[in-house]
Design a protein around this ligand. Structure first.
Ligand code: DGL
Length: 275
């Protein structure tokens, strides 16, 4: 049993989808969320830069005495999980392994699609995670770099979003069909994509494709709860937990964009400098 807070880190505001999913599964825990809003996006950066940024953020959380770290960012999970796990003496959880596990469970055709930032797709982290669970599963990736700005602009339900979602899905499905495969599961491999879930589902239905969406936020929340239980790190509090927020850029902007990412909008947002 452990009453310390859980540290959740993301490149920016998107990780609130993961925090929200975790809070639904573990409502009595306290959380410290750090969004590196001054340096977002991570999704087009190099491995070295992503590891450097992630390391500096996580040190801030460790200095606040968290009991575990969740890397909510898919891009940072893809590149920095191993480095951070080796560096820290508290448990570090990424989002890729839980989503890969869930996708393998969901896919009956043994064919999984993954959409994410350029860096996440190029890392092949999902391919390795999925094929180390079940090596015969075929994995098709498609970077969707326009999704993050569309969501942050508040355009998730617009015609622009519909058009862009259609184009990326069409390109992904063309690649799958070229190889005569049938994708039946699609991983939403980025913090922002749960906000586009409805429109992605609708586009797939209009394209006559029966594809199950695998939300890495939900998969991570369920897996985190199991792991913390196993290692006796859960709090036994019966009261709803608190969350506080640290950001490296403007707290007001974070709160305002953050509202659309969570059921409970972020309050107690504090600015910190990270060098
Ligand atoms: N949080 C990032 C991810 O999940 C998306 C935003 C960014 O590029 O930093 O990959």
């Amino acid at each position: 049993m452990n009453h310390k807070a859980i540290g959740v880190f993301d490149s920016g505001v998107g990780g609130l989808t993961v925090l929200d999913a975790i809070r639904q599964v573990l409502p009595n825990e306290d959380y410290i969320f750090l969004g590196d809003t001054a340096r977002v996006p991570y999704g087009n950066r190099t491995k070295q830069t992503i590891i450097r940024y992630a390391t500096s953020c996580v040190h801030q959380l460790v200095a606040r005495d968290v009991k575990a770290i969740v890397i909510a960012c898919n891009t940072a999970s893809a590149y920095a999980l191993d480095a951070l796990t080796q560096m820290l003496d508290i448990p570090v959880f990424g989002v890729i392994e839980p989503a890969a596990q869930r996708a393998v469970q969901l896919s009956t055709n043994q064919c999984v699609g993954i959409i994410g930032t350029r860096a996440t797709i190029h890392s092949q982290a999902y391919v390795h995670a999925i094929q180390s669970i079940k090596k015969e599963v075929k994995v098709y990736g498609m970077p969707c770099p326009l999704f993050v700005p569309i969501v942050e602009e508040g355009w998730a339900n617009s015609d622009v979003a519909k058009l862009v979602v259609h184009k990326y899905l069409e390109d992904l499905l063309k690649d799958v069909e070229l190889h005569e495969d049938q994708m039946d599961t699609l991983i939403l491999g980025c913090t922002h994509y749960p906000i586009l879930k409805a429109i992605i589902s609708k586009e797939l239905a209009e394209m006559n494709k029966s594809v199950e969406l695998c939300d890495c936020a939900q998969a991570t929340a369920i897996s985190l709860a199991k792991e913390l239980q196993k290692t006796h790190l859960l709090s036994d509090s019966q009261l709803p937990g608190d969350a506080c927020y640290l950001v490296t850029d403007d707290p007001v902007q974070f709160s305002s964009i953050g509202q659309s990412f969570m059921k409970v909008p972020p309050e107690n947002v504090e600015h910190i400098d990270i060098v």
